[in-house]
Design a protein around this ligand. Structure first.
Ligand code: DAT
Ligand code: MG
Length: 147
């Protein structure tokens, strides 16, 4: 399989609960390659852009207010597999062993965002990162992770 670039963000609840290292370590231990990372407080307008697909949903306003309510850790990763580590949107339906299944309780505080496919990943990366913020390098661990 081709290396996929995905956007991942630790939401304000994950940051405030002190779960940054816990969440990053799960990806790092799995073997995902980190190519960009930063911490920022997104504006409400920025959150609305990020969640534009959901603008007609009843929870849209609360969701955008929540995402812009505090610091978010935004990352881009390269991997061959998608969202399995994150778990289902509703933490009550997320399997144990997943980030949401282990660390979150309700859908409105599900601590992490992950792109749901290659197309949305591209859009989200373009929204959150400038091209010069992405670091290009060869991962020396790659031949020990993939065959
Ligand atoms: P995901 O974050 O798993 O990609 P999504 O893109 O469908 O899920 O929705 C984005 C976020 O919106 C989700 O992480 C939490 C919130 N959300 C989704 N469905 C919701 C619902 N039924 N009630 C409240 N918040 C919801
Ligand atoms: Mg989504």
């Amino acid at each position: 399989a081709q290396m996929e670039r995905t956007f991942i963000a630790i939401k304000p609840d994950g940051v405030q609960r002190g779960l940054i290292a816990e969440i990053i370590s799960r990806f790092e231990h799995k073997g995902f390659k980190l190519v960009a990372i930063k911490i920022l407080v997104p504006s409400k307008e920025f959150a609305q852009k990020h969640y534009h697909d959901l603008k007609d949903r009843p929870f849209f306003n609360g969701l955008c207010a929540f995402l812009s309510s505090g610091p978010v850790v935004a990352m881009e990763r390269e991997s061959k597999y998608g969202r399995k580590l994150i778990g289902a949107t509703d933490p009550q339906k997320s399997e144990p062993g997943t980030i949401r299944g282990d660390l979150a309780v309700v859908v409105g505080r599900n601590i992490i965002q992950g792109s749901d496919g290659p197309e949305t990943a591209k859009d989200e990366i373009n929204l959150w990162f400038k091209p010069q913020e992405l670091v290009s390098y060869k991962s020396n661990a790659e031949k020990w992770i993939y065959e």
